[in-house]
Design a protein around this ligand. Sequence first.
Ligand SMILES: [Zn+2]
Length: 244
Amino acid sequence: MDSEVKDFQRYPYPEHFLFRSPPFHVEGQSAGGHDIFSLKLNAARKLPRALLIAGVHGNETESHAFIHDFLEEFQDSEHKLPVELYVLPNLNPDGFFAFTRQNANGVDLNRNMKTKDWQPGIPGDRYYGGSYPESENETKILTRIILNFKPQLIISLHSWKPMININGPAHPFAEAMAGKLTYPITEDVGYPTPGSLGTFAGWERQIPTITLEIERGMSLQKVYPLCRDAVLEAFFLLARLQSS
Ligand SMILES: [Zn+2]
């Protein structure tokens, strides 16, 4: 825990980072009243559309580390990316500031999507799905982006046991990623995930959806060097599939 807090502090995010330059857009507010930011890279170009999400669980600092370093590299050199990329760098700022999995309402945002299998769970529980599907602002924002932007690939960054988890027709993308990152590809995380993004986008809408579980507790400085090429490989595969 101590090392996590120390690492977390080495990433001055989002105050010093998100306000570095103006292109960030405010999508709305979290349950706890924090702004939820987004930005688009290559917005003016007609390219395949991908959505990259970090910080769904506020205590999964590895995802913040990835997105921080990713934007450091690409925010000013977006032309190097082969996709139009919608980035949600911190979907759960309440959890980020409080260092909790859930938002300020105690809801696990990856159990709150309006899916056929949604279940409330138990308030106070680690996986509490909310009082009704899509009850949370954060979920409404994510849903709106998916339905309006219509991404052809979604990568959501988490941290836990290392794995490339796939939902929907995502296997080719996972294979491409696994060529650059020696994490196992899984179709099942090992327990039910009602109301998850993977079910909403991957299974119910057939959008290839990858949940990249970065190894929990690894050195935050090593996250981006380790995972960068895998994520880029998925984007390049999307671009190749579109042009062929
Ligand atoms: Zn997570």
